[in-house]
Design a protein around this ligand. Structure first.
Ligand SMILES: Nc1ncnc2c1ncn2[C@@H]1O[C@H](COP(=O)(O)OP(=O)(O)O)[C@@H](O)[C@H]1O
Ligand SMILES: [Mg+2]
Length: 356
């Protein structure tokens, strides 16, 4: 559906050269909800704007539906762009127009009659759950309602792709949830391909089936959501995931108060991740039964990603070193990922904290 091949975007002015996007290649399939996550300044907005050539790449190719956009005539490009809708963080509605006026705007100059446009607007507002706000002005709407209007407007020309640039970043968590639900519904109902860029892994976790992580203009990791979440390769990806699963808060607490753990020579602090139906309980029971290793759970949660449960535990394993090693090898043989957490770099050595 969308192929970006070796995209570079370089901004040059008198003072400096900014390589906003560097050598990015990625493929979005029809029906994907593709998340691109990264901190502010990573190059996400610039990259997503190349998909409809709002931003022309300095190098590389943008291919949408097997058509390379850069070779199109201005007229052909206008037609191609109609099939790519876009929404933004600050909604970009026209204040002087009603909700209906905003949604009808992209249909101006189309071959539809006034009545047909009216009908289409009603349909679109129905679709986003705003039929009763037709005559309202943007200033009379909540943030979530404004984004719904923007979505209806973006869908006016029946696009196949919807680009979302931080579309939920100005919204509270509950409203964010309802907008993400709406996007998910539109993805299914209209077979709409969606590209979501965000600085929040939480958003990606909620609805995306694929994800790319951007840093300093580059895609440093990408893949299907469950693989990236269960086996992240890059440190930054790990950081984003830990935020989304709240494991970072747990680790932060543990690092700040290592004395609370009262770790001894026979203890290891470990992060355990497992995928699928298998729950942790039988595994933990067998660590004791088979190896005499006890497991103290400090933190645990289960996420459902793309209908796949993913378990996350932070535990203290206690037992003889040799037995602990065996227990860890056993867990790994059951496709459970074990990462030992080093507490030695905490400011105060564990033993002394206990005395003071
Ligand atoms: N039009 C522009 N001119 C010059 N620099 C720009 C322009 N647009 C973006 N940049 C720079 O490119 C980098 C990436 O920006 P952006 O794509 O907006 O990142 P993100 O959306 O991930 O926050 C930043 O360093 C930004 O300052
Ligand atoms: Mg941006």
């Amino acid at each position: 559906m969308i192929e970006l091949k070796n995209i570079d975007v370089t901004f040059e002015d008198k003072e400096q050269t900014v390589k906003a996007v560097q050598e990015v290649s990625l493929t979005v399939e029809k029906g994907d909800i593709y998340g691109i996550v990264g901190y502010s300044g990573a190059g996400k907005s610039t990259l997503v704007r190349t998909i409809n050539l709002l931003q022309r790449p300095t190098a590389g190719q943008v291919i949408v539906k097997n058509q390379e956009l850069s070779v199109l005539s201005p007229k052909e490009l206008r037609t191609a762009r109609k099939k790519i809708g876009m929404i933004f963080q600050h909604f970009n509605l026209m204040r002087a127009r009603t909700v209906a006026g905003n949604v009808a705007y992209p249909l101006k100059g189309s071959e539809l009659t006034k009545e047909e446009i009216g009908q289409r607007v009603d349909e679109l507002l129905e679709l986003v759950g705003l039929a009763d706000k037709k005559q309202a002005y943007p200033s009379q709407l909540s943030g979530g309602q404004k984004q719904r209007v923007a979505i209806a407007r973006a869908l006016a020309n029946d696009p196949e792709v919807l680009l979302c640039d931080e579309a939920t970043s100005a919204l509270d968590p509950k409203t964010t949830g309802s907008i993400l639900e709406l996007l998910k519904r539109l993805n299914k109902k209209l077979d709409l391909t969606i590209v979501i860029i965000t600085h929040e892994m939480q958003v990606v976790k909620e609805i995306c089936n694929k994800v790319a992580v951007m840093d300093d203009g580059r895609v440093i990791e990408s893949g299907d959501l469950v693989s990236v979440f269960t086996a992240p390769k890059a440190k930054l990806t790990n950081e984003f995931i830990n935020t989304a699963t709240h494991a970072d808060q747990a680790l932060e607490k543990i690092r700040k108060h290592p004395s609370l753990l009262d770790l001894h020579a026979n203890d290891s602090l470990a992060r355990i991740t497992y995928v699928g139906e298998s729950t942790s309980t039988p595994l933990i029971a067998s660590l004791y039964a088979q190896f005499g290793v006890t497991t103290n759970i400090l933190f645990g949660n289960v996420e459902i990603l793309q209908e796949t449960p993913i378990g996350n535990l932070i535990v203290v394993l206690n037992g003889d070193k040799h037995q602990r090693d065996k227990a860890i090898a056993y867990l790994e043989s059951k496709q459970v990922k074990v990462d030992l957490i080093d507490t030695s770099h905490t400011v105060i050595p564990l033993r002394r904290t206990k005395i003071s």
